[in-house]
Design a protein around this ligand. Structure first.
Ligand code: ADP
Ligand code: MG
Length: 595
């Protein structure tokens, strides 16, 4: 087997799976149990794909997914049986109602952490189950709705085979939609909100909107699955939508691999077919599931798909593709934004982190903030970029007050930042992290992205080229296609600078960018900051390397325990030996103060 053939095996496997799915009905009887089972499998896959987007990619663990499916199923059952609506119209209504419930379900997720939220959804699922029974006037209680007719098109009713193909085509369409979404700015934002909310804020993505989008998509998918569920079973009863059913879906995607494209497919296949194959072992089912899950958690935390991928990498030993040669382009000038801070105060419990600080960085200047650990430097950056509200004082950016603006709004005004501990989305590659920076600049809408229309594709290509150029600009182009989390911290901060520039930042806040850099990297960083400054951006840098500060900053402020100790040109401030000895320690005196 040549390496090129080996490299194609995953693609071939996908095609083989598709071909098998297409050909299957030709080998089993139209009224066979096998066809019934695989149709049901397709329906479950559709629901699992949506849930994976929500729980896997966006990180919102929902234990109430059955409710969304129930809404689709009851909508179709009631509208087709009682009102004689055509299936298609009823299914659209079911999806819309389910999506509407998705919006409601998203609201508590804005305030609660993942696990509290999961409990809420579980409680909701239990209540919902009871509600279906109690609302007899609507749902017919325990008896359920019976005699749901098959969908029909141009007067022809769908037989079991046609229904299978309809479900399979929908599941495939769902898979492709989710694939397109996941690889777009929306997908990058999902993962950012899941793993590193500060990064999402830094690129101007609103976590609330991102979660809302994930909920609506997942709920619409569940609604569609419910619609098929009703016509396939022809009977819809409350027993179909118990909390067990919700948990089944969650287990499915965990087993298959959370946040992997094939996870829900593989998970549903295994979870659904094993009991069918092991019909004789029915009473052992829960035990088998339990052992399976335990083994997976221990040995394959990324589920079956994650384990397969890892094994595959070992076999194929694919070295990452050589990164595209990034062109070093001449960058257009940047119109820097001024930062004016007056009387800024912030208290954390008993600690007065900032006690009436004034600080100004004129547009296009490079200003530094120095001071011992705990003196409030990071807090100042956090307040300036809206990560915390100030207790008192004002922050003006580009002359406009920012009071009350959320961090993502401030980012959208042109404020980019890096973090003392790098906040990259580790699972995304370096170039994807930089592309995330363009979140607010991307013009392609959700529909164009999900359908991969030519306009969206062209924009994605253009942005990737731009992101590569920014990686080259900061000097880490060779990392472009490697996972960001694997880069040394120093490089991660450089990637953060590229991300900020990709977002069109005009005021850039750098929190100790030189920490952990080697001497040669330090020199490169210095050149980089000077280049960005010379383009016109305003830079505020918190830094312990006083040489670096003296070389690049026109102005430096010394903070100590939340108050300004000295402020002025670096040469003057650093010559003030009393200040240096008392507050910067001997190390700074020996190594840092320039002659
Ligand atoms: P620096 O960046 O200069 O080292 P910080 O701004 O990180 O200092 O911290 C200033 C003070 O505020 C420290 O005493 C720190 O413990 C406290 N502090 C900072 N952030 C928080 C927070 N989120 N919660 C509680 N205390 C905080
Ligand atoms: Mg700090």
């Amino acid at each position: 087997m040549g390496p090129r053939f080996v490299a194609r095996i995953p693609t071939l496997a996908q095609f083989a799976f598709l071909a098998a799915a297409l050909a299957l009905p030709l080998f089993v009887g139209a009224d066979s149990y096998a066809l019934f089972v695989v149709t049901q499998l397709g329906i479950y896959i559709l629901a699992a794909i949506g849930l994976n987007l929500l729980s896997g990619y966006a990180g919102q663990v929902s234990l109430g997914h059955a409710a969304f499916i129930a809404i689709g199923a009851y909508s179709v059952a009631l509208l087709t049986v009682d009102r004689h609506w055509p299936f298609w119209a009823a299914a659209v209504v079911g999806m819309a109602l389910s999506a509407g419930l998705g919006i409601v379900a998203a609201l508590p997720s804005f305030r609660l952490n993942t696990w509290y939220f999961a409990f809420i959804t579980l409680a909701f699922a239990l209540v919902f189950e009871k509600m279906i029974v109690e609302w007899r006037w609507l749902t017919k209680g325990f008896a359920g709705v019976v005699g749901v007719p098959a969908p029909s098109l141009f007067g022809h009713d769908f037989g079991p085979r046609a229904l299978y193909y309809l479900v399979a085509a929908s599941a495939l369409a769902g898979f492709l939609l989710v694939r397109n979404i996941v690889r777009s700015r929306f997908g990058r934002a999902f993962v950012a909100v899941r793993d590193v909310e500060p990064a999402a804020l830094a690129v101007g993505a609103s976590p609330q909107r991102v979660k809302l989008l994930a909920f609506v998509i997942a709920a619409a998918f569940a609604g569609a699955a419910g619609a098929f569920f009703a016509v396939q079973k022809t009977v819809v009863t409350p027993d179909d939508f118990t909390a067990d059913f919700s948990i089944f879906f969650l287990l499915t995607i965990v087993l298959g691999g959370l946040g992997t494209l094939w996870g829900p497919v593989v998970g549903a296949l295994v979870f659904f077919l094993i009991p069918e194959l092991l019909a004789g072992l029915a009473s052992w089912r829960m035990l088998i599931y339990g052992c399976l899950l335990l083994a997976l958690m221990l040995f394959a935390p990324h589920g079956l798909v994650g384990a397969m991928r890892q094994g595959w990498r070992r076999i194929a030993r694919r070295s990452p593709a050589a990164p595209m040669a990034a062109r070093e382009v001449s960058h257009p000038p940047i119109a820097g934004l001024s930062l004016e801070i007056a009387g800024l105060r912030k208290r954390f419990g008993g600690v007065l982190a900032l006690d009436g600080v004034d600080f100004t960085a004129p547009a296009g200047a490079c200003c530094a903030i120095v001071g011992p650990n705990g003196s409030g430097k990071t807090t100042l950056l956090n307040l300036a970029s809206g990560y915390y509200p100030a207790d008192a004082g004002t922050v003006k950016i580009g002359g406009a007050e920012t009071r009350g603006l959320a961090a993502q709004r401030i980012a959208a005004r042109g404020v980019g930042r890096t973090f003392q501990t790098p906040r990259l989305v580790n699972e995304l590659t370096a170039v994807e992290n930089v592309m995330l920076g363009a979140y607010r600049r991307e013009r392609s809408g959700f529909i164009a992205t999900a359908l991969r229309l030519p306009s969206a594709r062209a924009e994605a290509k253009r942005l990737r080229a731009e992101a590569l150029a920014y990686l080259a600009f900061v000097g880490v182009a060779d990392r472009a296609d490697l996972e960001a989390g694997e880069a040394p911290h120093g490089q991660q901060r450089l990637i953060e600078i590229a991300r900020a520039m990709m977002g069109g930042a005009r005021l850039i806040l750098l929190d100790e960018p030189a920490a952990g850099l080697s001497m040669s990297e330090l020199e490169r960083l210095e050149q980089l900051i000077v280049r960005i400054r010379d383009l016109g951006a305003t830079i505020v840098i918190v830094e312990h390397h006083l040489d670096l500060v003296a070389n690049i900053a026109g102005h430096v402020m010394v903070l100590d325990r939340g108050v300004v100790l000295a402020s002025g040109a670096p040469a003057d401030v650093f010559r003030n030996e009393a200040v240096m000895r008392a507050y910067m320690g001997e190390r700074a005196l020996k190594g840092g103060a320039p002659a």
